[in-house]
Design a protein around this ligand. Structure first.
Ligand code: GAL
Length: 632
């Protein structure tokens, strides 16, 4: 009895005195998803931008042959991905998906069941991999937006339900086990565009599905249901691919707060709506991923969409723009999926896709997406830390006029009193500077340099230099907010037939490298930090310590930019689940507090910031200033 009482009392004390949110409590183990085949961003070809639904076997095999013959496959472009248009129907009553053999003749079988196996066998025999496309709902995007396509699903309403809803395991098993695909892109129009009773549903005789994604309202989008649906697919994929050799590409266009959960569910997740071949659209899609470095890493990547190099503003007459598009995608660790009719590609474009130095930037195994070292609407400097420690900097002119940009050693976190050598990854020209160097960028130009020099931090790494080794287990965002920092293009479909362009991407307040969650300079009680992590209170960041660092250091406090100045915040550091440092409860305006911890031998370091808060209260902005791992 006594013992039970004691236990109960201890439990009660623990409950009352532990300032730990269930959500943010330290886990002691790495929770980041790093299984699947996408240890580096997937590379290859996709049919959509080149052919829309008018895809066919000749066109796809032509692309596959060109990938091999032009040497692109050898450089890493191995996935050959079908997009919308391949399907004929879902056979009734067994629900088997049937291929449209008019455009994929090799899929014909005597019994009419059809099989993509001969097609994937041919790709595999060429040393390539095969990707297929589906939808998370019942109906697909083309059934809403390409109604004049010759390749829409046919038959009864049930036969035209080609999406995964209710058939997750059946379809995944068919596509991966029977047909031998290696990659799947799962779109989401089925959850957005088929409201029961809507004109589209009635006119086309579809069976409606109550929308779970509202393309124009965050509050009317059911994040949890969308996440659960994609999680169901992830589970089916794992079961169908015990060898882990699969890629799961989530395509819900940055909706449903996928920023938060995409990394735990898929290999990549689209961060925005579809890219179109114009500069403004490229800016929009780039922005949607550029502030999200901490959410990407080996096995899980931000996806600003397939490449549009070869068309419109990025065609062979606009090589500056085409190179910028490619450079930026490489800096973002984005999937590199060519979407062009490769049977007739000009050499100038092949040279862009084939730039081995830029490919190596994208494919570096540390998976550190570039972070923004200098930010403005005119020009930006992106810096990426490669696995061997050297830096790659991209100087990006967003505008149509020339811009003067000064690259500083501090942008690179390299010492300003020693020479730094630069190699231009497009021209291959070499140069050197000490302290700073200035360039004039042509309109829309991006210069990319590999940079070598002594590091500011000789025996360690700032956490903002290693985003690929960080898992944002909980970013503290309780009420998702729209990201206002994204270039607002004129909607390519609606044009200006609305009150304005309002992207529905809930990214605001997410954890950031070298900036607050709202893009401000990190600053505590008047002391600013060029290095550090910015995050909200009630958050948990995990850091993978696979390089054997022995100590952790940071200068922490409530950020001067916080709108909520009322709540004290306590900072904790854990090494493999054991508390190794703790701050006092720090208030707004308190001096920054030094946290130093011995983390010898620990694999997972966890950074937790905890404060009381009411539901719907404005979050507190906290700063892990100069957060770093070191060794003696
Ligand atoms: C869109 C998707 C595109 C393409 C298209 C096919 O929703 O974002 O990448 O797959 O559907 O209809």
């Amino acid at each position: 009895m006594k013992a039970i009482n004691l236990l109960a009392t201890t439990a009660l004390i623990a409950l009352v005195s532990l300032p730990v949110h269930a959500q943010t409590s330290p886990k002691g183990v790495w929770l980041g998803r790093d299984d699947g085949a996408a240890q580096t961003p997937p590379m290859g070809w996709n049919s959509w931008n080149a052919f829309r639904t008018e895809v066919d076997e000749d066109k796809v095999m032509g692309a596959a042959r060109a990938l091999v013959d032009d040497g692109l496959a050898k450089k890493g472009y191995t996935y050959v991905n079908l997009d919308d248009g391949w399907w004929l129907k879902r056979r009734q009553p067994d629900g088997r998906m049937i291929v449209r053999t008019r455009i994929f003749p090799s899929a014909a079988t005597k019994d009419g069941a059809t099989s993509f196996r001969p097609f994937t066998d041919r790709l595999h025999a060429m040393g390539l991999k095969a990707g297929i496309y589906t939808d998370i709902g019942r109906n697909a995007c083309s059934q809403a937006y390409n109604l004049d396509s010759p390749n829409l699903p046919e038959g009864t309403a049930q036969e035209r339900q080609v999406g995964l809803d209710g058939h997750e395991a059946q379809d995944i098993n068919l596509y991966f086990k029977d047909w031998g695909f290696d990659y799947i892109k799962v779109d989401a129009c089925g959850l957005a565009d088929y409201a029961p009773g809507s004109k589209r549903v009635i006119d086309n005789g579809y069976i409606g599905l109550e929308p779970e994604i509202d393309r124009s309202s965050l509050n009317r989008t059911d994040d949890a249901r969308v996440e659960a649906r994609y999680q169901k697919v992830a589970t089916a994929l794992k079961a169908a691919n015990p060898d882990g050799d699969y890629v799961f590409s989530i395509c819900d266009w940055g909706m449903a707060d996928v920023r938060r959960w995409g990394k735990d569910v898929g290999s990549s997740w689209r961060t925005s709506s579809d890219i179109t071949p114009n500069w403004s659209s490229m800016l929009h899609n780039y922005d949607s991923a550029a502030g999200r470095a901490l959410y990407a890493g080996p096995g899980h990547w931000n996806d600003p969409d397939i490449l549009y190099i070869g068309a419109g503003d990025f065609d062979a007459d606009h090589l500056t723009e085409a190179r910028s598009h490619f450079s930026l995608w490489a800096m973002l660790d984005a999937p590199l999926l060519i979407s062009y009719d490769l049977r007739k590609a000009p050499q100038a474009l092949l040279d862009i896709w084939g730039n081995a130095d830029l490919i190596a930037v994208d494919q570096d195994k540390a998976g550190n997406q570039a972070t923004i070292a200098y930010d403005s609407e005119d020009a930006q400097i992106l810096v990426k830390t490669m696995s061997d420690g050297h830096k790659v900097a991209a100087l990006f002119n967003r505008t149509a006029s020339p811009q003067t940009v000064t690259l500083m050693a501090s942008h690179l976190k390299l010492r300003s009193d020693a020479p730094i050598t630069l190699t231009d990854l497009w021209s291959k020209a070499q140069s050197a500077f000490t302290g700073e160097t200035t360039f004039t960028l042509a309109p829309h130009e991006t210069r990319v340099f590999s940079a070598q020099g002594p590091r500011e931090l000789a025996n360690g790494l700032y956490l903002s230099e290693m985003p690929g080794a960080i898992n944002v287990a909980d970013d503290g965002v309780r009420n998702p907010e729209l990201d206002p920092a994204i270039h607002r293009m004129i909607d390519p479909w609606g044009g200006s037939r609305s009150g304005g362009s309002r992207p529905m991407y809930a990214g605001w307040g997410g954890a950031q490298a070298d900036a607050t969650p709202y893009g401000e300079t990190l600053q505590i009680d008047g002391q600013s930090f060029t290095n550090g992590l910015g995050v909200l209170g009630n958050s948990l960041l995990q850091v993978k310590n696979d390089k054997g660092f022995t100590s952790f250091h940071a200068t922490v406090g409530i950020d001067d930019s916080t709108r909520n100045r009322d709540r004290p915040v306590t900072f904790f550091v854990y090494a493999d689940g054991k508390q190794v440092a703790k701050s006092p409860a720090l208030r707004f305006g308190d001096r920054p507090f030094e946290l130093n911890a011995d983390i010898s031998g620990a694999r997972v370091i966890e950074l937790q910031a905890v404060n009381d808060s009411e539901r719907n209260e404005i979050p507190v902005v906290v700063t892990w200033g100069a957060a770093r791992l070191e060794r003696p």
